[in-house]
Design a protein around this ligand. Structure first.
Ligand code: ATP
Ligand code: MG
Length: 380
């Protein structure tokens, strides 16, 4: 650590001299009045202040109070110099925010010991602060990295879905073209008009798909009034490439009013929960994969539930699954951010609630245990 700096404030020059001599190993600044001290402290960084109480104009107590009120000087330790073991002024010294006191006439050893102790505390505090800052920085880096990984995985999945979805109309178009060429080659009549209209249809369908993904990748700036059923259907459409082996049972309450939400963030929540359900069904080798999605209104909330048949969440981890970084998956398979993100989006951005229960899902006369996630969104 750099040399530490002490500001000594005393209106009696001979006192200043004595103290400065004793503390010759430190960097010393001096002031002969309270005003003077406050001015110096505006420009200089000081580690410790030795402050006389009895001074004309502004006494040590007043100086101390002002230092405690200012952000820059709030934490600097202050050693008061009291004339005697005057109980009242010692008590007041602590009251106004003093750290310790020494009595005049000084015992050099006592002064040196108290100064050394305070400066030691200052440097330890500095070191701790630095350590905390470094660790926070590391955590922030880790967060950013994991976020990046999650995004990449999601992007990869989505890109394959986009490719898949664009391929369908493309296949239709190229099929129509080849049959037209064939007809032409065989000398049959070719209905160019009808064909062009069909190609146009397919092309505008492709444009729609592209538009949908374009808006998905932009972040929501404001909430919009939207229908939950539509949001869920959009999500399933985006995921369609990767959830083809899951049977979705839908149970939407039909007369739900539109609700104000951040669309893309809710889509992200749904994707995360559905993806988790699928992961769990895969892991438990569930042959007939089923997810039931329901919507309904309850008090001042609109609720979405997502219920799978993957076996449920083990009791011992049920309390932890929404924690940041909590995952039971391997490093490549999961970051443990998914549900934490869901919780943040639902609770902080939609004044809602999200929780999970293990419940049996009934389908095809069967009843199979699974996790049921509840997303409750406040109707504003
Ligand atoms: N439907 C579910 N059935 C059983 N366990 C689940 C289910 N959903 C989540 N879990 C458990 O909760 C954990 C945390 O889920 P979360 O989505 O936060 O992280 P993750 O899926 O492990 O990783 P990622 O951040 O990549 O999504 C999972 O690792 C899993 O153990
Ligand atoms: Mg997940």
């Amino acid at each position: 650590m750099d040399n530490q700096t002490i500001l000594v404030v005393d209106d009696t020059i001979s006192n200043l001299d004595v103290i400065c001599n004793l503390l010759e190993d430190y960097d010393i600044l001096t002031a002969t009045s309270g005003i003077d001290a406050l001015e110096i402290l505006e420009d200089e960084n000081v580690d410790l202040i030795i402050l006389d109480i009895m001074m004309p104009e502004m006494d040590g107590f007043e100086v101390c109070k002002r230092l405690r009120d200012a952000k820059k000087t709030r934490d600097i330790p202050i050693l008061f110099i009291t004339a005697s073991t005057d109980e009242d002024s010692i008590e007041k010294a602590y009251e106004v925010g003093g750290t310790d006191y020494i009595t005049k006439p000084f015992k050099p050893k006592e002064l040196l010991a108290k100064v050394a102790m305070q400066l030691d505390l200052v440097s330890k505090t500095h070191n701790l602060e630095k350590l905390i800052e470094i660790q926070l920085e590391q955590l922030r880096d880790k967060d950013a990295l994991l976020m990046e990984q999650l995004k990449k995985a999601e992007m990869g999945q989505m890109i394959s879905t986009i490719a898949h979805q664009l391929k369908q109309p493309l296949t239709v178009i190229s099929g129509m073209m080849s049959s037209m060429l064939m007809d032409d080659m065989l000398g049959r009549d070719v209905d160019v008009n009808t064909l062009c209209l069909k190609v146009q249809d397919e092309a505008s369908f492709m444009a729609e798909i592209i538009d949908m993904y374009r808006t998905f990748f932009s972040t929501d700036i404001e909430k919009k009034s939207l229908n939950l059923e539509k949001i869920i259907e959009d999500t399933l459409y985006i995921l369609s490439g990767s959830v083809a082996n899951i049977r979705f049972i839908k149970n939407y309450q039909k007369d739900l009013e539109p609700i104000k939400i951040y669309k893309n963030e809710i889509i992200q929540c749904l994707m995360n929960i559905i993806k988790n359900a699928q992961d769990n069904q895969d892991e438990n080798n569930i042959y007939e994969k089923v997810i039931k999605i329901s919507t309904y209104k309850e008090d001042e909330y609109q609720v979405i539930t997502i219920h799978d048949n993957g076996g449920g969440i083990p009791e011992e981890i049920k309390d932890k699954i929404f924690d940041n970084y909590f995952t039971t998956k391997s490093k490549d398979a999961g970051t443990g951010i998914g549900l934490h993100l869901v919780k943040q989006i639902v609770e902080e951005k939609h004044h809602g609630e999200v929780y999970v229960k293990n419940e049996k899902l009934t389908y095809n006369d069967k009843s199979v245990l699974g996790a049921k996630f509840f997303i409750k969104l406040k109707i504003s």
